[in-house]
Design a protein around this ligand. Sequence first.
Ligand SMILES: Cc1ncc(COP(=O)(O)O)c(C=O)c1O
Length: 359
Amino acid sequence: MARSYNFSAGPSILPEDVLKIAQAELLDYKGTGMSIMEMSHRGKEYTAVHEEAIANIKSLLKIPDNYSVLFMTGGATSQFSLIPMNLMGAGQSADYINAGSWGAAAVKDAKKLGKINVIADTSKEIPTRMPKNSDLKFNEDAAYVHITSNETIAGTQLKDFPKTKAPLIADMSSDILSRPLDVSQFGLIYAGAQKNLAPAGITLVIIRNDLAERAPATLPDLFQYRTFIAESSLKNTIPTFPVYMLMLVTRWLMAKGGLEGIQKINEAKAAKLYAALDASSFYKGTAVVEDRSLMNVTFRLPTEELEETFIKAASKLGMTSLKGHRSVGGIRASIYNAFPPEGVDALVAFMKEFEAKNG
Ligand SMILES: Cc1ncc(COP(=O)(O)O)c(C=O)c1O
């Protein structure tokens, strides 16, 4: 059976080589007579998987020693609340940069828990864009500054991160591990797994250890980053299969040349798609050129009817999930780390044919 070119924004395509290893190990993991899903999260086989997943993340991102790598649950969405609950002391405020639907969602939840200053808002602008770092005016007493590095729906991505006095916190759900990163610029980074990391079920959190000490002692243990640091994310039963998949995906990334290697591949894939958009007056990219995302390429056709026809015709050829987010419409091609370059070539060829017929 042929695998489809799956352009889904999340849950998203996983590397075929990883799926094959998981398939081969599913019934009998390393001679145990059971799958990794069926054994104790405190046994020696799973412990090795857990430790390797953490070590691989640390090595790929060159994470400094004063940070911890945590696996939590509740998706990136639960972090929208856990961050203010842990890091914003009583009477404090925090600065938020709202560049799209996900920035707005983070603001909405944080507002329930404290005083939030939205210091830049481009979330309703078309073409979509990121606020310019030079326009940002931070509040002196902000507990932290929150940004979204890649707006999955708007198709925009931050190329440079702002320099902040307060700890910088980034939702990197849709571009984590897609390019090299200086982790020391951040107080906390978080990402739902289901785009560049693993199947849905775990949330990766990278936190500077001292920040975890800000949490009020009255906060329930399982809501505190401190607990996850102290117990290596094993206070309660962890979703073991997503961590196992993350271990395999990070091994796969290392074999691709690490983050420098995957960045080159990602840049080449995105460049081909954006070149196809720029060469045409039929297709129109929705993001300003300088903020274009390397992960989610968003564009429009002249009419919604043509967009519907385009999506259906592409799907018949095995190019699936090209429909833009229901809140904005249009076309979105999500080309995360695991999306094969041949799939981009296939889409570009199809776009040319479609334009010739319908343009
Ligand atoms: C940038 C960003 N943040 C947060 C989320 C929400 O993630 P989750 O569904 O894991 O809660 C998404 C999901 O698509 C996202 O793209």
